[in-house]
Design a protein around this ligand. Structure first.
Ligand code: NMX
Ligand code: MLT
Length: 438
């Protein structure tokens, strides 16, 4: 009983914090320290207590039921993972620590007046649950800049790779090549109290996120620009520096990079690796429409094109979602960006035409659970507009962003001592025997 009371107190404190945070009109966080690690260190013991209390009070309660369809269907809808940094509502879309994308656009600090949020701000929020103020974001940006240089041996590893190696494979190899710098590996080897695991994981998280723009840009320049690298600009924020090191100086391109890197960070631990191929697919589809029908096809022509895709047994790329049941807010905010920065771009006009035509057709099929567009039906067109045309690279840009979400959660996983996920598996025989009565 005392456990339950304690839990209620902790819960209400946390909720009050969140509420107060939203009332703070803009970007003022609760903690004023600009040192992210010490803000986090303050929060960890509270959250450890909170989890203990949840376990004690509710450990034996049921969270749902599992049907055979769910087992066969990739565990869709099974609640089975604790994930603190974001939560997906089927109708509202993603909320990061309780904040929707439009709220973040309003409340997180930006590099320019009325500009897109800085991903460093979202990173602060994901790690601490607090909206950061401008000074906190500037301090985090500076900390990341101080850790951003790629070690020479990583550059050498990338240089040694076969030039046809896919950029994403190079990106993964580059991350792995950073292993000798791992603080966690060194601490673990030496022996460390498991309550302290989060500390070296935090340091690794910061180092890795700091280096990802240089890693991605190096791959981009090696693969597509003859290996001529561009130094980081010490005056730029993390995302703008990524655009700059890739060779894109346009303010619009840098704003897009800030938005792109913010909205792809986290999707309650969604299935990141399968992402972005649909961005490519969707783009190829648009290119085919342009080739076959020109820049201004009629609605009926687009309808016929969509039906032809479905009748050939293919899916309509960029539409549908495993969990969402409305237009993906990541799509919606990119649409707003396009209306502001590139309203007359013919490819954007085509994207809009698809938005008008596709959902009702998918509804007509009677089987698609979500006929609305997801993030992949928009990202590619924006990147194309600013000259980032190399579609094989899009998955790397996604990976850079998603690292922020995954690693923020990794810090919390270590802080809370969460175990490795290990769902129970069954064979077909087990299902047959269980339900056929034989
Ligand atoms: N076009 C045609 N058919 C579709 C589509 C679509 N966009 N989306 C779902 N379906 C079909 C699906 O193939 C399934 O058919 P069947 O029963 O014949 O196997 C049926 O509708 C039911 O599927 P759902 O339960 O609605 O979707 P599910 O959870 O299985 O899959 C996706 C979700 C995202 C894999 C699916 O909607 C899809 O393939 N979309 C197109 C590809 C895409 O955009 N992927 C990007 C995902 C990015 N993101 O998640 O944000
Ligand atoms: C993601 O961002 O990971 C995707 O939308 C997939 C998902 O959430 O299932």
């Amino acid at each position: 009983m005392r456990g339950l009371q304690h839990l209620r107190t902790l819960g209400s404190l946390f909720n009050r914090n969140l509420r107060e945070n939203t009332l703070l009109d803009g970007v003022r966080g609760i903690s004023n320290s600009t040192d992210l690690k010490s803000v986090l260190a303050e929060k960890i013991p509270q959250q450890q207590e909170r989890l203990k209390a949840i376990k004690k009070a509710y450990g034996s309660k049921q969270m749902g039921q599992v049907s055979v369809d769910m087992v066969i269907g990739g565990m869709r809808g099974i609640t089975g993972v604790l994930w603190e940094t974001s939560l997906l509502d089927p109708d509202e879309g993603i909320r990061f620590r309780g904040y929707s994308i439009p709220e973040l656009q309003e409340k997180l600090p930006s590099a320019i007046p009325d500009g897109e949020p800085l991903p460093e701000g979202l990173m602060w929020l994901l790690l601490t649950g607090e909206l950061p103020n401008k000074e906190q974001v500037a301090a985090l940006s500076a900390d990341l800049r101080s850790r951003a240089k790629l070690p020479d041996h990583v550059n050498a590893t990338l240089k040694a790779m076969h030039p046809d190696t896919h950029p994403m494979t190079q990106f993964s190899a580059g991350v792995l090549a950073l292993q000798p710098e791992s603080n966690f590996a060194a601490a673990y080897e030496k022996g460390i109290n498991k309550m302290q695991y989060w500390d070296p994981v935090y340091e690794d998280t910061m180092n890795l996120i700091a280096k990802l723009p240089a890693l991605a840009a190096t791959i981009y320049r090696n693969v597509y620009k003859g290996g001529e690298l561009i130094e980081a600009d010490p005056n730029l924020d993390w995302a703008a520096n990524l655009a700059h090191m890739m060779g894109f100086e346009d303010q619009g391109a840098q704003e897009l990079m800030r938005l792109y890197q913010t909205i792809h960070t986290d999707h309650e631990g969604g299935n990141g690796p399968c992402m972005v191929w649909p961005t490519r697919r969707f783009l190829s589809w648009l290119f085919r429409v342009r080739e076959e029908l020109g820049d201004n096809p009629s609605k009926d022509q687009v309808k016929d094109f969509v039906w032809a895709t479905l009748k050939s047994g293919r899916v309509v790329p960029g539409y549908g979602h495993a969990v969402l049941r409305k237009t993906d807010p990541r799509y919606a905010c990119q649409r707003v960006f396009a209306m502001k920065h590139l309203p007359d771009y013919p490819m954007f006009r085509l994207v809009s035409l698809f938005y008008e035509v596709v959902p009702s057709i998918l509804q007509e099929t009677g089987k698609v659970k979500n006929p609305w567009p997801n993030v992949d039906a928009h990202s590619g067109v924006l990147l194309q507009y600013y000259g980032i045309k190399e579609q094989n690279f899009y998955t790397v840009l996604f990976g850079v962003s998603r690292a922020i979400g995954v690693l923020s959660q990794a810090v919390w996983s270590r802080a809370l001592g969460l175990p490795i996920e290990r769902p129970k598996s069954v064979t077909m025989e087990v299902i047959e025997k269980k339900f056929s009565g034989t």
